[in-house]
Design a protein around this ligand. Structure first.
Ligand code: NAD
Length: 341
């Protein structure tokens, strides 16, 4: 007998040109939106703001510092905004979510990476160096507009690591305690789409078909992040990023094969991943796809291995295989050295 609870999240998803953003604003009945983006997207943000006759806040930064959320929220209130359009990756979407959390403004997300925040009701805010996260339906974007042309400028390395970051959501969903049949299908298809698209994207960043396939995979993997409880991989990456300030997508890319290898014998996820990746060695396939980097190359010091293992063992998370402190230290050491998992 099946036994599960599936909750659909209400949102429009549109694959089409960014010029359609006005139609999304109209579909939600919004009159006066605020556009937010990072400094790297100031020109695109300005173009979107001009198209909508909107104000622009172009200062989004990684991990949403609370002072930044304060200033963006003040601008939203001062301009009488009734909605927010985010243009950019997880950092811009995160800032939009911070505004939504305070003022309930609906978000239209125009993603430019594959990280998947646009599909989730998860927010994050950083204050005094400590990042808090939570779930709230108010921050779930009401509309998401995927335009592959906006991802052409994403450099090859970041395209790859951002895509593997997305795949990590699907991998962990496949062994999550709250996995449902619909999400299992989406996870497998998301991994398949990204694994097929990413080598083409890296070979030719202007290949719009490959870029669109990667966005399709990122969308599906983002739904997995929203629907399922993430496990050891996300706990490790969150701790590495928050404590050592390691780069988000690169950290996911290095760590994922090691966690999958650790969990493999304890889950049935490998069968789905094997189908998605076309191999009976999903760990090896992920390791080769991700470029075989190491935590050492990302700037982690050897003495931080024990510190991170201590922090992770002291926190709670769902994982098919319980990990002792020694297990965690061994996994981190292998990932630090870049040994074949
Ligand atoms: P990002 O938004 O921080 O972007 C990374 C860098 O890439 C930035 O310098 C940005 O300017 C640049 N960039 C983005 N798109 C580009 C493009 N198309 N062309 C050229 N440059 C581009 O990175 P991210 O990985 O998308 O997001 C990471 C952040 O999102 C982290 O803070 C992470 O915690 C958060 N996140 C949250 C969720 C969630 O569900 N709440 C999910 C995933 C990530």
């Amino acid at each position: 007998m099946h036994e599960f609870t599936y909750e659909a999240l209400p949102m429009r998803v549109v694959f089409g040109p960014v010029s359609g953003v006005g139609a999304e604003v109209a579909a939600l009945g919004l009159k006066r939106v605020l556009v937010v983006c990072g400094p790297g997207h100031a020109a695109l943000g300005r173009e979107v703001a001009d198209r909508l006759g909107a104000e622009l806040f172009a200062e989004a930064r990684m991990h949403v510092p609370v002072e930044l959320a304060d200033r963006a929220s003040e601008l939203a209130v001062a301009t009488g905004a009734d909605g927010c359009v985010t243009v950019g990756g997880g950092s811009a979407i995160g800032l939009g979510k911070a505004i939504a959390l305070r003022h309930g403004l609906p978000i239209i997300a125009v993603p430019t990476t594959y990280a998947g925040s646009e599909m989730t009701p998860v927010w994050g805010l950083t204050e005094n160096g400590v990042k808090r996260t939570g779930r709230d339906r108010r921050v779930l974007p009401r509309s998401v507009l995927y335009d592959a042309t906006l991802t052409v400028s994403l450099p090859p390395k970041l395209s790859l690591t951002s895509g593997v970051n997305a795949m990590a959501h699907a991998v962990e969903a496949l062994y999550a305690p709250d996995l449902t049949p619909l999400i299992a299908l989406q996870a497998e298809e998301g991994v398949r789409a990204l694994a097929a698209a990413l080598p083409r994207v890296v070979a030719d960043g202007a290949d719009l078909e490959a870029r669109s396939d990667a966005q399709y995979g990122a969308w599906l993997c983002g739904t997995c992040l929203a629907a399922c409880t993430m496990g050891l991989h996300h706990k490790l990456c969150h701790t590495l990023g928050g404590t050592l300030d390691l780069p988000h997508a690169d950290t996911h890319t290095v760590v994922l094969p090691y966690v999958l290898a650790f969990n493999t014998a304890f889950t049935t996820a490998s069968a789905a991943l094997g189908r998605a990746l076309g191999t009976d060695d999903p760990v090896g396939a992920l390791w080769r796809l991700g470029g075989q980097g190491s935590l050492r190359e990302l700037g982690m010091r050897a003495e931080d291995i024990d510190r991170i293992a201590d922090l992770v063992v002291a926190s709670s998370y769902a994982n098919p295989r319980p990990a002792t402190r020694d297990d965690l230290a061994a996994l981190l050491r292998a990932a630090w050295q870049g040994d074949r998992p």
